[in-house]
Design a protein around this ligand. Sequence first.
Ligand code: HEM
Length: 198
Amino acid sequence: MAAARPMRLDRAILWLVLAAPLALQTWRFAIEKTYYGEYLHWSGQWGARLLLATLAVSALRRFLPRAGVSRWLLRRRRDLGLITFTYAAAHIVAYLWRKMDWSLIVREAQDAGLAIGWLAGAILIALALTSNDTSVRRMGRRWRALHKSVYVAGILTFAHWILTAFDPAAGWLHAVVLIALLLLRLAPQRAASGRIAG
Ligand code: HEM
């Protein structure tokens, strides 16, 4: 059996910096220093922002393929995706915990804003479950196709934000960044010799 590889320092620091605020907020929520609505908004908004950051890595790779930061972010893109999922999962678990009634959850899921949230959540779960080397090997081409659905998850997440938030202005503002990233994704590929695969 292959020995487990030690976690690289940069990876550990990335997780510490990005996951520590979630751990702190979750602790405050558990001891009732942060209220449900506050926690739901906070975890949802940061989950959505981290999703944007994860999508931005592909744009950076395309337009600054040789930059050290692009190469580093590309190596850490899987971690960024998993951290994004952790925020989304905290958001969903807080909602389920609060409702604690399946018939109510199913009834609320019929509202367009929440139904879209569930679709985004389902895609993020599928992506998180297959974000490992074994899935990449086993799924082959299907893995790439599945992971392209991160853009669909992004669109659904922002539709969910705009439809459910009391004040959707912040959702619209962030949606502009998502639209820019989608346009960059669709822009014709430059034949850059220093392009990094992935
Ligand atoms: C899986 C099912 C999901 C459920 C049941 C759910 C539930 C909710 C609820 C109840 C709200 C609060 C609306 C209000 O203010 O009253 C909300 C808002 C929000 N959710 Fe979700 N959500 C889900 C998935 C997601 C996902 C995957 C994300 C992306 C990371 C996300 C991001 C957000 C954002 C950004 C807001 C707006 C926060 C604000 O009010 O400023 N949600 N969600």
